[in-house]
Unconditional design. Structure first.
Length: 206
């Protein structure tokens, strides 16, 4: 069964449930926002390092060094707009500030994981978050926002970007620039779904 998509509206509701200013809250908000805004697979999300993120005036550039569709290992750079609603850049910067504060006594390591595992006491570890932890985060925050968690998975973030982009009229090729699908066949599903009620044949008489 196809999992539910975390589109922009759902994501805003989920982010609102991650309250507080603790390192964990900052990290979790950034994971959700970046996962959706960059249409990342969960394996790509947890594989990011500090050096994979470049801050630019317009937002962020995120380098993906490897993925299941990049068999040649060429890598890719994804542009993430700064945004004024979800604000992925601001949420990531808040997490990076918390990360720097927790590592103030250590020299910065650009090869360190961007999204780190925290202990139950919120102590920082050197290990990255696991992909299963991302899936649990999506389900937990979806449930807190009033959605059925069984219909969500980590892939819901990636699907949410494509669903929202299609509904906002993005071309299939601009969507492919972010999602990095090798062909447009999969993307055509999202476009068709968004177009079902657009200029419907029955609009003028039903």
């Amino acid at each position: 069964m196809r999992k539910a998509a975390v589109d922009a509206s759902v994501l805003r509701h989920m982010l609102a449930e991650v309250t507080g200013d603790t390192p964990r809250a900052r990290r979790d908000r950034a994971v959700l926002a970046i996962g959706m805004a960059a249409a990342l697979r969960r394996s790509e999300l947890v594989a990011l390092t500090l050096s994979d993120v470049t801050l630019v005036d317009a937002g962020l550039e995120i380098r993906i060094t490897s993925s299941k569709t990049d068999r040649a290992g060429e890598g890719a750079v994804i542009a993430v707009p700064e945004g004024s609603r979800i604000r992925p850049k601001a949420l990531l910067l808040a997490w990076m500030a918390a990360l720097a504060s927790m590592e103030a006594d250590s020299p910065p390591d650009p090869t360190a994981p961007l999204f780190r595992r925290l202990t139950r006491g919120d102590a920082l570890t050197a290990a990255p978050m696991s992909d299963r932890a991302v899936a649990r985060l999506v389900k937990r925050t979806a449930a807190a926002a009033g959605y059925d968690p069984t219909t969500f998975s980590a892939h819901s973030l990636r699907a949410g970007f494509l669903t929202e982009a299609a509904s906002q009229g993005a071309t299939i090729f601009k969507m492919q620039e972010v999602s990095r699908h090798r062909t447009v066949q999969i993307l055509s599903y999202y476009v068709r779904a968004a177009d079902r009620f657009r200029d419907h044949a029955g609009d003028r008489f039903l």
